[in-house]
Design a binder for this molecule. Structure first.
Ligand code: BJ8
Length: 425
C-alpha cells in the first residue's frame, strides 16, 4: 500500500508503526494463502486489488463521502439493516474482527475466556489500527450473544458514538415486535445522524441496492454446485468477506463479472480442483478478514469448500427483502420479515439453522460438514452438538472444530482435517 495514505491514517489517529506491521502481516498472509492457489478465475484480480487497498483507497473513498456530507456506519453483525443505511445515503461497513491484535491490552479489559472475534474488535480499537472504526460516524453494537452485549458496555467507554441495538432471542410474536421496535428506532437514529428523512423512494432504492448485492452472491453460490467447482472456497469466502467493505454497486458488478467467467469455466468443465474432489460445507461462526486459517487448511488437505453456512456466507445473504410495498410502513415490515429469518445461534430454540445446514448439504452436493466454532463461543459450540447429531442421523459425516485466531493449532487441525477428508473419499 502506498506511502500516500500515511497522512490519511495519521489524521484518523491510527498508530502508524503497528499499523504498518499489521498491513505487512496481512499482505504476506494474503500472498501465501491466496496468491499461491492454482487455476484461480482471472476476475479474482479485482479482489486482489480490493485487498491491497482495504485500508487505503477504500478508506479514502469513505473519507471523500464524509467530506461530501455522507455518513459512515460501522457494524459487527448482519442484523444491522443495510437497506435503512443506504436509504439515508449513508454507507455501512463491517468493522475489523478477524485477527488478534494488542492482546495484552485486551486482556486488561475482557476476560480471557472471551471469543477471538470480540477480542479482535477490542484489539483493533485499542491498538488504533482499524481505519474503519476510526472513520465511523456511528458504531452499532447489537445485543446478540452475552459476550458481545456485555462487551459493548466496555466499548462504550472507548468510542464516542456507540449505538446499541437490542435484538430478540426467540422467534415469537413478541420477538418480532421487539425487532420491529428496534428497527424503527434505528431508522430514526439514522435519520437524525444524516439529516435525511427516509421516504418510500429512498427506502426502495436502499432495498434495491442491497438485494442486487445479495443476488450476485446467490448467483456465485449457485455456480459452486458444479463438479468440478469453478472457484475455490477461499475465493468465494473472500467475496463474502469483501461484501461488508466494498462499495455495494461496484461489488455487485464485480461479483457478476466473476460469475460470467465461472459460467464459461463450467461449460468447459474447468475447475480449481479435479472433478470428484471431496466437497465440504463449512458451518458455524462468521469468518471476518483475515480469518482464513480453517478454509486454507481444508483446501490444502485435498478438499474443496462448496458453501458457507455462516453470517459471512449464506446465513447472512440468503433471502431478499420484498420491495413490493408502497408505503414506508410496508417496506419497513418487509425489512423486518427478511431479517427475522436470520437463524443465528443466539436464538432459542433454533431449528431453522439445522434445516438450513441439511438443505445446503443437498443443494451444494457436499460430502461432509466441517462445523467451525470459535473457542468460548457458547451459542455456536452448544449448537454444534445437535448439528452433529442431526447430520449423523442423515449419514452426513461431520467434523467439529473449535479453535481461535492463533496459528498454534494449525498442525493439529491439519491432521484432523486430512483424516476427515480421507474418510470422504
Ligand atoms: S447474526 S453469528 S454476526 S451475532 S463468535 S461474538 S456469537 S461468542 S458473531 Fe454473529 Fe450477528 Fe449472530 Fe451472525 Fe458471540 Fe460467538 Fe463470539 Fe459471535
Amino acid at each position: 500500500m502506498s506511502e500516500n495514505y500515511k497522512d490519511m491514517w495519521k489524521n484518523l489517529g491510527l498508530k502508524l508503526v503497528p499499523h504498518d506491521a499489521l498491513l505487512e502481516v496481512l499482505g504476506k498472509g494474503y500472498e501465501d494463502i491466496y496468491l499461491t492457489q492454482n487455476n484461480r478465475p482471472e476476475s479474482m484480480a479485482y479482489f486482489n486489488f480490493v485487498m491491497s487497498e482495504i485500508h487505503g483507497l477504500r478508506i479514502k473513498e469513505l473519507l471523500d463521502e464524509k467530506a461530501a456530507g455522507r455518513k459512515v456506519i460501522g457494524s459487527f453483525c448482519v442484523f444491522v439493516p443495510e437497506e435503512i443505511v443506504r436509504a439515508a445515503d449513508a454507507t455501512l461497513v463491517g468493522l475489523c474482527t478477524g485477527a488478534d491484535f494488542a492482546t495484552e491490552e485486551v486482556d486488561k479489559l475482557l476476560p480471557r475466556n472471551t471469543c477471538s472475534l470480540i477480542k479482535s474488535a477490542f484489539g483493533f480499537k485499542l491498538g488504533k489500527v482499524c481505519p474503519y472504526i476510526e472513520s465511523a460516524d456511528m458504531i452499532v453494537g447489537e445485543n446478540t450473544c452475552d459476550g458481545k452485549k456485555k462487551s459493548y458496555e466496555i466499548l462504550k467507554n472507548l468510542v464516542p458514538n456507540l449505538y446499541v441495538m437490542d435484538l430478540p432471542q426467540m422467534k415469537s410474536d413478541e420477538g418480532k415486535a421487539l425487532l420491529k421496535a428496534e428497527y424503527l428506532r434505528f431508522k430514526e437514529a439514522v435519520e437524525k445522524l444524516t439529516g435525511i428523512s427516509i421516504d418510500v423512494t429512498r427506502l426502495k432504492k436502499g432495498i434495491d441496492i442491497v438485494n442486487n448485492k445479495r443476488k450476485a452472491i446467490h448467483r456465485l453460490s449457485d455456480l459452486r454446485k458444479a463438479d468440478p467447482s469453478p472457484i475455490s472456497g477461499l475465493d468465494a469466502l473472500l467475496a463474502n468477506q469483501v461484501y461488508f467493505y466494498d462499495d455495494p454497486i461496484r461489488f455487485t458488478g464485480s461479483v457478476n463479472k466473476i460469475c460470467d467467467e465461472l459460467k464459461k469455466r463450467i461449460e468447459k468443465k474447468e475447475g480449481v480442483f479435479p472433478k470428484g474432489t471431496p466437497r465440504i460445507l463449512l458451518s458455524g461462526c462468521p469468518m471476518a478478514v483475515p480469518n482464513w486459517k480453517l478454509p486454507w487448511i481444508i483446501e490444502t488437505s485435498g478438499a474443496v469448500i462448496v458453501g458457507e453456512e455462516s453470517c459471512v456466507g449464506e446465513r447472512g445473504t440468503r433471502n431478499l427483502t420484498d420491495d413490493s410495498g408502497n408505503t414506508v410502513d410496508e417496506l419497513m415490515e418487509a425489512i423486518i420479515n427478511r431479517y427475522f429469518k436470520v437463524d443465528c445461534a443466539i436464538f432459542t430454540p433454533n431449528p431453522d439453522r439445522l434445516d438450513h445446514i441439511v438443505e445446503m448439504v443437498e443443494k451444494y452436493q457436499a460430502n461432509g460438514v466441517v462445523h467451525y466454532g470459535l473457542q468460548f463461543c457458547q451459542p455456536y459450540l452448544m449448537e454444534s452438538m445437535p448439528v452433529e447429531k442431526a447430520l449423523e442421523e442423515k449419514n452426513i459425516p461431520t467434523l467439529r472444530i473449535d479453535t481461535d485466531y492463533s496459528m498454534e493449532d494449525v498442525g493439529q487441525l491439519k491432521t484432523r482435517v486430512e483424516a476427515f477428508v480421507e474418510l470422504l473419499k
